[in-house]
Ligand binder design. Sequence first.
Ligand code: PLP
Length: 393
Amino acid sequence: MKTATRLERIPPYLFAEIDRKRDEAISRGVDIINMGVGDPDRPTPEHVVRAMHRAIDDSSTHNYPPYKGTKAYREAAAAWFERRFGVGGWNPDTEVVSSIGSKEAIHNTFLAFVDPGDLTLIPDPAYPVYRTATIFAGGEPHTMPLLAERGFLPDLAAIPEQVAQRAKLIWINYPNNPTGGVATLEFFEELVHFAKRHDILVCHDHAYSEMAYDGYKPPSIFQVPGAREVAIEFLSCSKAYNMTGWRVGFVIGCPTGIQGLGQVKTNVDSGVFKAIQHAAVAAFETSEADLQALMAVYQNRRNIIVDGLRSLGWPLEAPRATLYVWAPIPKNYQSSAEFVTALLDKCGIIVPPGNGYGANGEGFFRIALTVPDARMREAIGRMEAAGIRFASL
Ligand SMILES: *Cc1c(COP(=O)(O)O)cnc(C)c1O
């Protein structure tokens, strides 16, 4: 029996070798500090869990949900969006659809819009799903480098005209995984013009919309004029509310985008468990004070890592958002893979190499702020003890 050729076209899993080394270290009894995964370590807020308990005891939640999400859920999502970004007037029937977490909706958006031979414009480094979903759909990814000197924003002027002509989708993600970069409204404006000129759907993966520090509030693309005709935005409860296991989010934006995605979903899945939709509505009602308390945990961890790396010689700006610190590898290492292997071997620390997110991530590594403060301090202490510094003294 042979699997489909499309599986052979999926790029090799770059973390496989590191995973193997991790398992080997664990079996040797090494005390591993795993800062590799963007999966919050803290529990879902209590008011959300309580809402789930109530909803699951109500048998009206037990049958098939509506494909697009319940009307109450889509209305609550649109109302949250308006409170949060000051952009309202959404039609919950044509401009909002529930998602089983963003990952599902991201993948299915490619199936809805990409024909064999079409191009997609995707950032590099990036969340890997944009590339793999392009390949699943039979399209070809065209990468847009995200460089530190441009604030990790793609250079739209550098996209060749014939590439733009053939592109169906352009993907962006701000606040950005893995770089921690944030977008400006000027960039969003330029992007909307670009998309209109070339008849491209803008897909904004907003998985970190609430994960920001020092008082910064990440904007929505819908805060700029014209975006509602060319863009859709992917919001998720996963990261901000410690709900990665619950699988719930929503997509909001132009009716063509929502309709296409909805048509794929209707034929692929059967929606989000209604009890979980109730719980997500409770998450949308999280008070600003409670959200700030959740974010204070990560802000504090970010400070520990940034201060710690600076004390070891790293030139580093503190990221204003996301769950990650994206840092260059020390000068005496040749590659990201070499450095993260040394971190594992010498310090028992697991972090992914930057090139796992794309060729432009080479020379970087990513630290996820998903372990407790004491373990982060321990990690910095182990690096210091092992003599790991940004530049050798
Ligand atoms: C975590 C993550 C997602 C997926 O989130 P889910 O809603 O849990 O599927 C999507 N995009 C980016 C950039 C992420 O980091």
